[in-house]
Ligand binder design. Sequence first.
Ligand code: ADP
Ligand code: MG
Length: 334
Amino acid sequence: MKRSHLIYALLLLGVLGLVALAIFRGTHRPELYTYSRILMGTVVEITLKEDRPGPADAAFTEMARLEALFTTYRDDSELSRINAMAPEQVRVSPEVAELTGLALKICRLTEGAFDPTVGPLLKLWDFVGTGNVPTKEELEGVRRLVGCRYVELERDAMTVRLARKGVRLDLGGIAKGYIVGKAMEVLKKRGIGWAIMNAGGDVTFYSSDPSERFRVGIRHPDRAEGLVGTLVVGSGSVATSGDYERYFIKDGVRYHHILDPRTGMPAGGLRSVTVFSRKAYLSDALATALFVMGREKGLELVEAMEGVEAVMVDEDGSIHTTSGLEGAFRPVED
Ligand code: ADP
Ligand code: MG
């Protein structure tokens, strides 16, 4: 064999070896099947260990059904009807009664840091449009419309009444988690024993094996591809609220979509809050609430809650976690 041929043959062998290794490795990794749909204004992905589009479809259908109840982007949703009818009492479906009850509970738990009536404030800021910085007078003007005491829920009769005309019930800070949680229930009922759902970065995972651990990356506030660290946790849900999710810049100042209900201004102090808990709605709502509460008060609240953990990225880039995450959170070295 000529020398050049020999080199060629060796190279080819090398490549074949790599290909064989890749195939060999591939067969040893369980196959994952991902199904995706655009829902709740984001891409929702369901990943299973089995090729079963049926259960995934059923889960997406449930999500779409619930989204249609809770959206405030459409006039014909139940939420929009409650808002339009204020101060009349409105009969609602069991899910709207349930989620309203959960939102009110979290509003009280967080002393109003999470407030499902921030709607009139959000409207002034126009985050979904081009963005607008309201004047002090404008913010003051809607103050009398913000507060969860204005939401009257009768769980048994399944009615909701907003005490004043102009009060708006907006479940945007909790509905995504709630909907994903319900969709996970659908998968379980269909016999799925292992699933991951990713709804625009909020991740919910389930394994019938209680010893199974999932690794979840926490995004860097300034670099979409970068991580601040990873969490290794059992079945549950990880949600993040960050100042980089939805914002606009006016005169060099960045205004983001998580408002401090007490001031009507974007909450300051933190860049992002990530919460792990067993319940997707709880992780979702607490991430928003803790962002508003700030580092000290926020960490104090979740330290006292069983099974709830948090990772916070401070304005100066420093990372703070609850004590329960010892060993479960690994920061990425810069
Ligand atoms: P995303 O929906 O982008 O994942 P979050 O879960 O952090 O983000 O929720 C932010 C949404 O919650 C806002 O777009 C708004 O609808 C609503 N919101 C903003 N501030 C508050 C607040 N203090 N309490 C409850 N909901 C809020
Ligand atoms: Mg949230």
